[in-house]
Design a protein around this ligand. Structure first.
Ligand SMILES: [Cu+2]
Length: 207
């Protein structure tokens, strides 16, 4: 079956030129598609999209957990999130992962966290099988803890005065008793000496 060439220039020259232009467009287009595919391949790895607290954020109320949101699904069972304090000490955080929202990982924060600068160091396994890791920082600027309740010191203060008189009573009477005994002995000796002197002088008077 002959193609219908009606309307086409019979010389073929402009026709070939048009086909050449189409080839150029195809080559440029395919190159662009390939380039995009390569770039996409490099950037398709799962990354941290957002977090709460955010990187560099200062919180004035301690959140119960740190929330990490990724650009794609992750493996919650192959994840680890560590809390690093300003001294460099790191402790692993308990994780919460809901397969219903596989791009979100929750890491529970200790309730007794003190004010200070912290770093969240995370690693996980992306759904494409690539291990990914990263870190971000936040600062906890928390209100000072309430002063110690006055109740605990009171029993200590009450028991101390109770002990002091007891120990004083046990020492002082003993000392007093000793003094009285010594005084009685001294007084007895003095009386005996006086009586002896009076007898002797009485005998002298008789002679
Ligand atoms: Cu990847």
């Amino acid at each position: 079956m002959q193609p219908d060439l009606s309307g086409w220039n019979i010389s073929g020259y402009p026709e070939r030129k048009a086909i050449g232009s189409m080839k150029s467009v195809l080559v440029v287009g395919l190159t662009a598609v390939l380039a995009l595919a390569v770039v996409n391949g490099l950037e398709a790895h799962t990354a941290l999209r957002a977090s709460s607290p955010g990187d560099g954020e200062t919180v004035h109320t301690l959140p119960p957990s740190v929330r990490l949101e990724f650009t794609a699904a992750i493996d919650g069972n192959a994840s680890e999130v560590r809390l690093v304090d300003s001294t460099g000490a790191a402790r692993p955080l308990e994780l919460r992962f809901d397969p219903g929202t596989p791009t979100v990982l929750e890491a529970l924060l200790p309730g007794d966290l003190a004010s200070g600068a912290y770093q969240i160091s995370w690693r996980t396994l992306a759904s494409d099988g690539h291990p990914v890791r990263g870190e971000f920082a936040f600062t906890a600027d928390l209100p000072a803890p309430p002063p110690e309740p006055a109740a605990p010191p009171t029993p200590t203060e009450a028991s101390e005065p109770a002990l002091t008189p007891t120990s004083g009573d046990s020492v002082d009477p003993a000392f007093g008793t000793g003094t009285v005994v010594l005084a009685a002995i001294a007084l007895g000796a003095l009386v005996a000496a006086v009586l002896a002197l009076r007898r002797r002088s009485a005998r002298s008077a008789v002679r």
